[in-house]
Design a protein around this ligand. Structure first.
Ligand code: KG4
Ligand code: ZN
Length: 341
């Protein structure tokens, strides 16, 4: 089964053709990063307009790269939640209309389920159940994937997502948008012991965590240095921040592995590209004896290939959208967005 998939939840317009949920026939990502970099972050209204301009071109490119005519696809899928609502509506409406005009099924996909499915593309033998650490720009959660379309949230952030914290710290350190990759690079040569940064503890919820205290600590360090006329060691602060994020996420994942007895672990989302996190996860996997599945960097950030993979499993589970399918700015990973009103 070949699915044409579309992703437009934030600042990438993407389309892909995926075979049986596991094989990428084509994957095109048109990024808006340069536009939003002018403003230091994503401007939702501009993102929607850019998706409008790009979605037809990107879809035609994905079909051409796969060597297919649109009539040859078996279904059309699009991200319908969560994300920037104006941005989501572009891809969701385009995908729905294309599916209806072709007389093919339309498959609405949850963006975070898609991030997890990136691992199915990277590791064709991977099957649920497994434990996932999701670390993206909008989400940070530890999720038990019971089956391809069955999810249980075990823990997560009480405030900011990991990617959000990276982007904020990048702004404070003046490295610009998008922050994650830039902080990662800056941190490579930094002294990770130079600054003391706080950890978070949530009473009676050992798998939950928080990034707002860490974020505020970095902001205060930078501002205090500025007020005293002292130079901040940006490399060191970036390194300390990366280590603090790792110290927040990895021990909680370790505890979740212990509690669930999971044998397989996946890390998904944009922050899964972080070099310090990847190294710490590899260490953990070796230490506790679990199989670790890390998607390649090209599949960690937003793309439509991951949406096409998850769409296949949603289709098999009967989760297709009607002509009335809506898009939603928020939706928990366990919710069936075909039934959401
Ligand atoms: O998953 P994603 O592409 O979009 C959302 O669904 O939110 O994640 C984007 C986030 C951004 O906050 C970005 O700064 C972060 O992922 N990111 C990274 C790295 N690459 C991207 N964070 C840390 N280290 C990286 N190498
Ligand atoms: Zn994403």
């Amino acid at each position: 089964m070949r699915i044409l998939s579309i992703e437009s939840s934030c600042d990438e317009t993407a389309a892909a053709v995926i075979e049986d949920g596991r094989k990428i026939l084509s994957s095109v990502v048109d990024t808006q990063i340069e536009t939003h970099a002018l403003y230091g972050g994503v401007v939702p209204e501009i993102a929607s307009r850019r998706h409008m301009e790009a979605v037809v071109r990107v879809t035609e490119r994905a079909l051409a790269d796969a060597g297919m005519e649109k009539q040859e696809v078996d279904a059309v899928a699009a991200t319908c939640a969560p994300g920037l609502i104006g941005a989501l509506l572009v891809g969701a409406n385009f995908g729905k209309a294309l599916a209806m005009s072709l007389g093919k099924p339309f498959v609405p996909v949850h963006h975070i389920r898609g991030h997890i499915a990136a691992a199915y593309l990277a590791c064709p033998d991977l099957k649920p159940p497994f434990l996932t650490l999701i670390a993206s720009g909008g989400h940070s959660q530890i999720v038990l994937v019971r089956d391809y379309t069955e999810f249980e949230i075990l823990g997560g952030t009480r405030d900011d997502a990991a990617g959000e914290a990276f982007d904020k710290v990048a702004r404070v350190l003046g490295v610009g948008y998008p922050g994650g990759p830039k902080i990662d690079k800056l941190a490579q040569t930094g002294d990770a012991a130079k600054y003391k940064l706080p950890d978070s503890h949530i009473k009676d919820a050992p798998l939950d965590f928080s990034f707002s205290g860490l974020k505020t600590a970095v902001i205060n360090l930078a501002h205090n240095a500025e007020q005293k006329g002292e130079a901040i060691d940006r490399e060191a602060l970036a390194a300390c921040f990366c280590h603090a994020v790792v110290k927040t996420l990895v021990p909680r994942l370790a505890l979740a592995i212990e509690q669930t007895g999971a044998k397989q672990v996946v890390c998904a989302g944009g922050v899964a590209a972080n070099s310090f996190l990847r190294a710490a996860l590899e260490d953990l996997a070796e230490r506790v004896g679990v199989a670790l599945y890390l998607p390649p960097l090209s599949l960690c950030g937003d793309n439509a290939a991951m949406i096409g993979s998850q769409a296949y499993f949603e289709f098999l589970a009967g989760n297709t959208g009607s002509a009335l399918q809506n898009a939603f700015a928020t939706a928990e990973i366990g919710e069936n967005i075909c039934e959401k009103r």
